[in-house]
Design a protein around this ligand. Structure first.
Ligand code: IVH
Length: 670
């Protein structure tokens, strides 16, 4: 029993962790993850013989993202033990007192917000920022120096800098109001919303192109040191925090120093009460023994210090009114109930709509329009309606019922037993599904047809001009200009964007086809493995599961898709219309082809001509003057008017190191 439970826990926790670290997706709420993790720890404590080397307790993160260079931590980045109750904090305090002995009963703690961001290490040499990276597995993370340089609160030069090397650790946080603004914009432009600010910060920091990062509202708060600078006089965590501030870092203003466990608990509670009003997310409080001498005496257990603990807040819950419910039809026909709520702030974000997931969840909740409901948001996940607050009005209010027919096309809905989803089976005719299929096909990660967003797709489908993706390639300027608010110029631009999209290559077009369970990574794996669409179309389930990372679900989904004559006809139609179904070699992440660079000033390790040759070899254009068309200005020492002009035009500015990391990224991805 223990053995099979152990195996299950290891594989599930590893899977969540991989999804989270490599794809910025959280499949289960944090508290559930924590509960499973604790169960695993307890099982390992009781049955040490079960412990496997790949157990998540033996490492701290996921594998690095391809395209970013590894970043090795000189001193490993550890994690903190968690506590969930005041009893566990009291136990932590007792343990410390026991260990340090009765003599030193007067010592202090620093209590800090546990910042719910992305852990980062910044390395400084003689006060100059030289590189920075994510935590990764605690030993090796990813080098994101190029992106860190664009964050205003990352000091590039420290004030009163100590000599030698030092490393400062902290969290990169996404500002909450900025997060909501960005998500609204993404939605308007047909891009996927980020699930939460932490995922947004993670997704942003792992961009290969610093231009995508610049301007996003990110902050860096310093909270600890890796490599301590020589000659540091600070003798306590609180003094180190003050030193960080003197050097020019942001230090959290809510940090407090207290004595005694009662004061620790009061500080934790006070932070919890301030949580909802903050502009960034916190998911708990970190309690640290303040004195470095005591910290040294207490030492470490395997992967965390004995002198600190993270108290995790329970997910926040609030009440609001269910104003309405609607049913949204997705690309695969799944009909999802959506709650329309009186807007309410919970866990730092304002919620007015949230998914009720599926027919079963709707039945479980037993909702009526006008009911007061409890909404919970655990740091990581989309807000969830947990339950109805039943009052005397409940019984007489109109019940929210799951529809029997598709709200868009009226087809009787079909229950998908495998996936607890209920679907509209009218795949090719249901206007909602048609719109979503086209939107997906044209979206940025698929064929990336600029200008073909939600609104235009809606117009094209309503006008009967587009029913299947191949129809996009049958459009012409004349047909387009018949649409409302579409002038000749816009029509020509769209035609050019469509033209450009034909050559995106096999992996993108495989993803664009919208095969269920085939996302970006799987599409790339399939394209690499099979090389041609004919080979993929002919592949059996066994051929497919032979591809690393492809399981039975994906294999079944691909063979089912390819067995459908309508899909095969669509592929042939796309081909006949000039869509390329072969691999293209252009790197995917940063494509320097088409990017324009301007070089100015003197670089530390190479001449300008050498830099120019490197860039041109990677397909970039190097120009002599800065204009709106310039993508990057690489500025060395004594850069003059070109740098000023770049600032005026808000063009991304790199130094030599930044340019080299882009070059490295563009040659590694393929
Ligand atoms: S101190 C030995 N202070 O929490 C670890 N960490 O599980 C020393 N975190 O990813 C870390 N807020 O980056 C510290 N105020 C804070 C923190 C904090 C968030 C993160 C940390 C790490 C995780 C530890």
């Amino acid at each position: 029993m223990a053995v099979s439970r152990y195996g299950w826990l290891v594989s599930e926790l590893n899977r969540y962790s991989k999804l989270y670290h490599e794809h910025n997706v959280s499949e289960i709420p944090d508290p559930e993850y924590d509960a499973l993790y604790r169960e695993l720890e307890e099982l390992e404590a009781r049955h040490p013989e079960l412990r496997q080397p790949d157990s998540p307790t033996q490492r701290v993160g996921g594998a690095p993202q391809p395209g970013l260079k590894p970043f090795v931590h000189e001193v490993p980045m550890l994690s903190l033990q968690n506590a969930f109750t005041s009893g566990e904090i009291e136990e932590f305090d007792r343990r410390i007192r026991r260990q340090i002995g009765g003599g030193s009963s007067h010592f202090r703690y620093q209590v800090e917000p546990k910042l719910d961001g992305l852990a980062m290490e910044l390395v400084y040499e003689n006060g100059t920022f030289v590189r920075g990276g994510t935590r990764g597995d605690g030993q090796t993370g990813e080098d994101v120096t190029h992106n860190l340089r664009t964050i205003p609160s990352v000091p590039l030069q420290l004030a009163n800098a100590p000599a030698g090397r030092l490393s400062v650790r902290g969290e990169v946080l996404f500002d909450l109001p900025g997060f909501e603004r960005m998500n609204d914009r993404r939605e308007r432009e047909g891009e996927r919303r980020f699930e939460n600010p932490r995922n947004a910060a993670a997704g942003t920091m792992r961009q290969l192109d610093p231009k995508m990062v610049k301007g996003r509202p990110l902050h860096f708060y310093a909270h600890s040191a890796g490599v301590m600078p020589e000659g540091l006089t600070a003798g306590a965590q609180s003094e180190l925090s003050a030193e960080f501030a003197r050097w020019g870092f942001k230090v959290n203003p809510l940090n407090v120093v207290v004595e005694g466990v009662a004061a620790v608990l009061a500080a934790i509670e006070s932070l919890r009460q301030q949580r909802g009003g903050l502009d960034y997310e916190i998911d708990g409080a970190v309690v640290k023994v303040d004195s470095f001498d005591l910290q040294d005496r207490l030492g470490f257990v395997t992967r965390s210090p004995r002198w600190a603990v993270a108290y995790k807040y329970p997910p926040e819950r609030v009440q609001t009114v269910l104003e309405d419910a609607l049913f949204s039809v997705g690309r695969t026909g799944a009909v999802t109930p959506v709650a329309c709520l009186r807007p309410v702030r919970v866990g730092g974000v304002t919620v007015s709509r949230t998914t009720l997931h599926n027919e079963d969840e709707l039945a479980r909740l037993d909702l009526c329009v006008g009911d007061t409901v409890e909404v919970e948001r655990a740091g990581d996940v989309i807000p969830k309606v947990v339950r109805v607050v039943v009052d005397e009005g409940h019984a007489s209010r109109p019940r929210v019922r799951y529809p029997a027919v598709c709200p868009e096309c009226g087809s009787p809905l079909v229950r998908d037993a495998e996936e607890s989803a209920t679907r509209c089976p009218n795949e090719l005719e249901c206007p909602a599904q048609v719109r979503r299929v086209i939107e997906h096909f044209a979206s940025r990660l698929c064929m990336d047809i600029e200008g073909l967003g939600e609104k235009l797709v809606d117009q094209l489908v309503s006008a009967g001009l587009v029913r299947r993706p191949s129809d996009i390639f049958r459009l012409d300027v004349e047909a387009l200009t018949r649409l409302d608010r579409m002038g000749t110029q816009s029509a020509q631009n769209l035609m050019r964007a469509i033209e450009k999209s034909r050559g995106r290559g096999l992996d993108r077009v495989v993803m664009a086809l919208g095969i269920r369970h085939v996302g970006e990574t799987t599409a790339r794996d399939l394209a690499r493995h099979f090389g041609t669409i004919d080979a993929l179309m002919a592949a059996s389930e066994a051929d497919l599961t032979a591809v690393e990372g492809v399981g039975v679900t994906v294999a079944k989904s691909v063979t089912r898709f390819m067995a459908d004559a309508r899909n095969r006809d669509e592929i042939q139609a796309l081909r006949a219309l000039g869509v390329v179904f072969a691999p293209v070699s252009a790197p995917r992440g940063v494509r320097l082809g088409g990017k324009t660079f301007v070089l100015t000033g003197t670089f530390p390790s190479m001449g300008r001509e050498e830099a120019k040759q490197l860039l041109e070899a990677a397909g970039a254009k190097v120009s002599g003057s800065v204009s709106k068309k310039t993508d990057y200005v690489v500025a060395g020492a004594e850069a003059g008017s070109k740098l000023d002009r770049a600032r005026e035009l808000n063009i991304a500015i790199l130094d030599e190191a930044g340019m080299l990391s882009i070059l490295a990224a563009s040659s590694e991805v393929g």
